[in-house]
Design a binder for this molecule. Structure first.
Ligand code: BES
Ligand code: MN
Ligand code: ZN
Length: 480
């Protein structure tokens, strides 16, 4: 998909998309309305078009129209519009257009720049489907996407983020028999080579040498070899701060001996979304040549049942020396992250963010509409929130009171890998992770809800790439 700025003036395009607001037309829509002899304003007055968020109306072959297909997409009340809504509505417009292949699609949405950037990401994702293995695709990415309303730099940035989001989505949507830890690492190697990133891949032997006992325990039930991927974007002086991004990459989560029921297991190819998000962001950060230092660590395993599976009651020694009593093999993500976080700390990350589809409890708390944030440093978390909000991604902080930490104390080891019961499961998981970040300012992003959608009509289902835009924005802000 080639994304370019609309040169302004006359444009030959197959499809023209204009934005409309509740009861109101912006400047581009008004210009089009005049050209069409007032059709749009009439439709709006008669409430045939209401301009509600995500509403899509097609005007086919209007004789005065500048394109064979004109699409009006609603952005709701102008004053209430935020990045998340802009992204969602633009995606809905793309989804309505993309069932047929399109050479050229032009968007004129009348949005202010930050909303426009979020919308461009939505437009790019809305035309790329998740039917990777269907002969007949339901959606076709546009050959050319013309965008109006962003300066060259912002356009470049948003479109590179859009590519990163689509990479993440594609990785998440690939089934676990296609993307296993080794395959994921090879994809990372390719992306590193293309973007000039330093890349280090640890295999089982190296993981053993490095005493990654926590990550390796999870891998024991699987026939697939584990991996740990370290990527470095050295965009600033080596002694400048390093932003550390850590991702959970469980390519399939069966639950292990604490086996999941079928219904919960069905979508567990998505359990490497944290690692895929980190990789999508690193692709964008390197393509944009951001003048900052970023270190990425992805822990990659498959959580399966096998003759050598790790057991309930086992005591593991993590890379940082902490001993862990395993009381549920389905709480594997935190075990993988424990060692990955320790590597990031050792490699000198001065600020840490980890992303993980970590807990069902976080989905219970926030649904699929927001990621959960948990931190050991409120100031750093505030920066993550700010980056999320400019990026049009919803993230909501959960408290980390000391009391929650008591739940993971163990009688037989330093800590155990589950809390006392189901309550506050997202937070007790974060309390576990906190044991592995030392004193480095750290924010944990639980993306179990937003990373993967199912049965949401009018939205892109499957992998969403949630978090990519926020990570790139964080790296952009690290430039000082
Ligand atoms: N990968 C799951 C969490 C998950 C659930 C992701 C739903 C996406 C959608 C994680 O490994 C897990 O199984 N967590 C357990 C933890 C529990 C055993 C303490 C959970 O949430 O049930
Ligand atoms: Mn699990
Ligand atoms: Zn998991």
């Amino acid at each position: 998909m080639q994304v370019s700025a609309t040169a302004g003036g006359v444009l030959e395009t197959d499809v023209l998309v204009v934005g409309v607001f509740q009861g109101e037309l912006g400047p581009s829509a008004r210009a089009l309305d005049e050209q069409l002899g007032g059709v749009l304003s009439e439709l709006l007055a008669s409430e045939e078009i209401r301009g509600s968020l995500g509403e899509v109306t097609k005007l086919l072959r209007h004789p005065q129209a500048p394109a064979p297909l004109v699409v009006a997409v609603g952005f709701g009340e102008r004053a209430r519009l935020q990045g998340a809504g802009a992204r969602r509505a633009a995606a809905a417009a793309s989804m309505a257009i993309a069932p047929r292949p399109r050479k050229s699609v032009a968007f004129r949405l009348d949005l202010e720049p930050s909303l426009s950037a979020a919308a461009l990401i939505g437009a790019m994702t809305g035309c790329a489907g998740c039917d990777l293995h269907r002969a007949e695709k339901k959606l076709h990415p546009f050959e050319q996407l013309h965008w109006d309303g962003l300066d060259a730099e912002s356009l470049q940035q948003a479109s590179v983020i859009g590519e990163g989001v689509n990479l993440t989505r594609q990785l998440v949507n690939q089934p676990a028999n296609v993307i296993d830890p080794e395959q994921f690492a090879e994809v990372a190697r390719g992306i590193a080579a293309a973007g000039g990133l330093e890349c280090e891949i640890w295999d089982r032997g190296r993981l053993e040498q490095e005493r990654c006992g926590s990550l390796l325990a999870v891998a024991r039930g699987s026939a697939k070899e584990p991996r740990l991927v370290i990527l470095r974007h050295a965009g600033a002086a080596a002694d400048a701060p390093w932003l550390g991004l850590v991702g959970k990459g469980v390519t399939f989560d069966s639950g292990g001996l604490s086996l999941k029921p079928s219904d919960s297991m069905k979508t567990m190819k998505c359990d490497m979304a944290g690692a895929a998000t980190v990789l999508g962001a690193m692709q964008a950060i390197s393509a944009l040549k951001l003048p900052c230092n970023v270190l990425a660590v992805c822990g990659l395993v498959e959580n399966m049942v096998g003759p050598d599976s790790y057991r309930l009651g086992d005591v593991l020694t993590a890379r940082n020396g902490r001993t862990i009593e395993v009381l549920n093999t389905d709480a594997e993500g935190r075990l993988v992250l424990a060692d990955a976080l320790d590597v990031a700390v050792e490699r000198g990350a001065s600020r840490l963010v980890d992303l993980a589809t970590l807990t069902g409890a976080c989905v219970v708390a926030l649904g699929h509409e927001a990621a959960g944030l948990m931190t050991n440093d409120e100031a750093w978390c505030a920066e993550v929130k700010a980056a999320a909000s400019t990026s049009g991604e919803r993230m909501w902080e959960l408290p980390m009171y000391d009391d929650y930490g008591e739940q993971i104390r163990s009688e037989v080891a330093d800590i155990k890998n589950v809390g006392a019961g189901r309550w506050a499961g997202a937070i007790t998981a974060a309390k576990f992770l906190q044991e592995f970040v030392d004193d480095v300012p750290w924010t944990h992003i639980d993306i179990a809800g937003p990373a993967f959608l199912e049965g949401k009509p009018g939205q892109i289902n499957g992998g969403t790439g949630a978090g990519v835009a926020t990570l790139v924005e964080l790296a952009r802000r690290a430039v000082r």
